[in-house]
Structures are given as structure tokens and as C-alpha cells.
Design a protein around this ligand. Structure first.
Ligand code: SD4
Length: 332
């Protein structure tokens, strides 16, 4: 990295300049230990998640703090939201599609570039864990619909009804007003995308959602699609998305952000560019929300969205914080 760029990055994040040089100067015998110490001193472990998912980042932090792996941390964090019936955008209690069926999308990606996902899966509370099983137990990376559900059951997951009374009532109310059309809007979403770096300095990520509320049956968004809702590269960092999945899919948003970081952009700059790609290609951008969060291997993070109101939950150095994202259209 050019010195000027490196200095700029360091001053943006307030990180000490010692991080990279101290890694570089390690001797072979104690290389691993020193690397951990050097990264750890600056920023890791760390976990970030879309929105105010503080319970999720807390659960992930508990894994990381004990020396657990980033992949376990993001899985555990996402499971918290999947099980929370009050969260109507993820897992059990999620808003159904326009026909009243709750269909879930989730994916997970590890430090070795392994990826697993399920889309349009019904009746299983923890799609993120099924996605992990796809990654670890099958020769495939993505299972859909009935096949995903059948695989989950074979792996020991129990079938459970996902539509709660509250979500059913909201859907029935929507049906009257909406003339039975899915409505694209900026309110009905709160997908959880999580990124974590463990004490060893390795990054993983996961993303899980019930998708757009009242979507067309069979509709799949960005969240479980590699490169769109999530992308991880252990030599660079990771990114994840929330909001209008169609727009994230069309711009392969998370992959774009990771590639921009590879080219030297900070996570913040990369997220801003990801949003600008959408804004510049879709004149309708005022009518939908997209938010990105990115984390690089130095533990620097960034987030940006189209409309104000988005933010991220972060757990680092034993402290949890909410960081309000900058936005292309300011919060009114
Ligand atoms: C989707 N991106 O299915 C998801 C929805 C979402 O917060 O992010 N909700 O398009």
C-alpha cells in the first residue's frame, strides 16, 4: 500500500500505525502469537451486524471472547434473531409472502471461502444453521425450497410453524389494503447480516432473513446469494447487505465492496461506492432502502445506506455500540 494511502486510512479510523509493521516484523517461531497480539491490540476480536441487533452481537461476542471462531460467532449471533418471534423480518415470526407462507433465506461464509446457503425454505427456525450444514456436509453450496427443508430434517432440525399470530394478523391487514400486490417499501425489512473477526484474525460472515414482507411466492432476495447479501475474503475482509434485495443482486453489492477494499478503499469508502452504484443506475432509489456494512482484516469497519435511519451494532473490546450510518439521502 502506498504510504500516503496507508496514513490516510490510519487517521480515518484512529488506528495505531503499529498494526501492519508489527505483523511484518514477526519472527517465524512466534509469528502466529505475535500476529494475534498485534491485530488484537488494535481491534480484534470484533463483530458487527446490520441494524440494532444488539442481542445478536452480544451472543457473537460471547463466542469470540472465549477464543471461539468467527464462523461459530456469526452463526450463534444470527440464531438469536431467528428465534426471536418479535423480529418480523428474520426466522420464526417473520412476515410471510403474499400467500401467507413464511419462506426463509440464509447463508454463511467462512475464512476459507467456503459458502453454504438455503433459499425459500419453510418450517425450519434456523436457516443459518442449515446453511452451515449445506456448507459442511454436502457437495453443494445452495439448496432451495422443499429440498432444503428435507435436508434440514435429515440433519435433525425439527419442523415448526413459522407464522405467528401477530405476523398473520399483519398480513391479513396488508391483504385488504394492498390489492394483493407485493409492495416495495423502505420500512418492512430488517435482515441481519453479521461479520466477525476472531482472536486468530480470521473473518467469517452470515446473513439471514424472511425477505421482503409480502413478496411474491418463490421470490428470493440478495441475502443468501453469495456476493450479493454477503461476501467474505479472508485476505481482505467482508461485507453484508440489508434492504431491497433486487438492487443488491443487480450490483452484486457485497462482492463489489470487498473488491473495492482489495483495491485499497476503506470499508467506509467501499460501502459508499456500493450505494452510489445503485443510486446511479436506478432513478427510483428514493423509494427503497439499501444499507451496507463492511469490515476489513485490520478490524476497520464502515457502513452506508441510501436513506438515513440505518445503523449497525458493534461489539469490540468488550463494549457494545450502535453506530448510525451515513446516508445518501439524509434522515428527515
Ligand atoms: C431481501 N435483503 O430479501 C432482503 C430483505 C432485507 O432487511 O434486507 N431486509 O431482499
Amino acid at each position: 500500500m502506498k504510504r500516503r494511502k496507508f496514513l490516510k486510512r490510519a487517521s480515518i479510523t484512529g488506528l495505531g500505525l503499529a498494526v501492519t509493521p508489527s505483523i511484518a516484523s514477526c519472527t517465524t517461531e512466534n509469528k502466529k502469537e505475535q500476529k494475534v497480539a498485534a491485530i488484537g491490540k488494535a481491534v480484534v476480536p470484533i463483530t458487527v451486524a446490520t441494524w440494532r441487533f444488539h442481542n445478536a452481537t452480544k451472543a457473537a461476542w460471547e463466542v469470540l471472547e472465549k477464543g471461539g471462531t468467527a464462523i461459530d460467532a456469526v452463526e450463534q449471533g444470527c440464531r438469536v434473531e431467528e428465534a426471536d418471534v418479535k423480529n418480523t423480518t428474520v426466522g420464526k415470526g417473520g412476515a410471510p409472502d403474499r400467500d401467507g407462507n413464511v419462506t426463509l433465506d440464509a447463508c454463511i461464509m467462512d475464512k476459507n471461502g467456503n459458502y453454504g446457503a438455503v433459499v425459500c425454505m419453510e418450517n425450519i427456525v434456523h436457516p443459518v444453521s442449515v446453511a452451515r450444514k449445506v456448507m459442511e456436509e454436502t457437495p453443494h453450496v445452495l439448496l432451495a425450497g422443499k429440498g432444503a427443508e428435507q435436508f434440514a430434517v435429515e440433519q435433525g432440525f425439527k419442523r415448526e410453524k413459522l407464522l405467528t399470530e401477530a405476523s398473520k394478523k399483519a398480513w391479513e391487514k396488508w391483504k385488504i389494503k394492498s390489492e394483493y400486490k407485493p409492495i416495495i417499501n423502505i420500512e418492512n425489512h430488517d435482515t441481519i447480516g453479521m461479520l466477525a473477526i476472531d482472536k486468530n484474525g480470521d473473518i467469517s460472515g452470515a446473513c439471514t432473513t424472511s425477505g421482503m414482507a409480502y413478496k411474491m411466492a418463490g421470490r428470493v432476495g440478495d441475502s443468501a446469494v453469495i456476493g450479493s447479501g454477503l461476501f467474505i475474503d479472508n485476505s481482505v475482509g467482508g461485507a453484508t447487505a440489508t434492504g431491497m434485495g433486487e438492487e443488491v443482486l443487480k450490483t452484486v453489492g457485497s462482492y463489489l465492496i470487498v473488491e473495492l477494499m482489495r483495491q485499497g478503499r476503506s470499508p467506509q469508502e467501499a460501502c459508499e461506492e456500493g450505494v452510489k452504484r445503485i443510486v446511479s443506475s436506478n432513478p427510483n432509489y428514493k423509494n427503497f432502502q439499501v444499507g451496507y456494512v463492511a469490515l476489513n482484516k485490520q478490524g476497520e469497519y464502515g457502513c452506508y445506506c441510501i436513506h438515513g435511519g440505518f445503523g449497525i451494532s458493534k461489539y469490540q473490546e468488550g463494549k457494545q455500540t450502535y453506530i448510525e450510518s451515513g446516508s445518501y439521502i439524509p434522515k428527515t
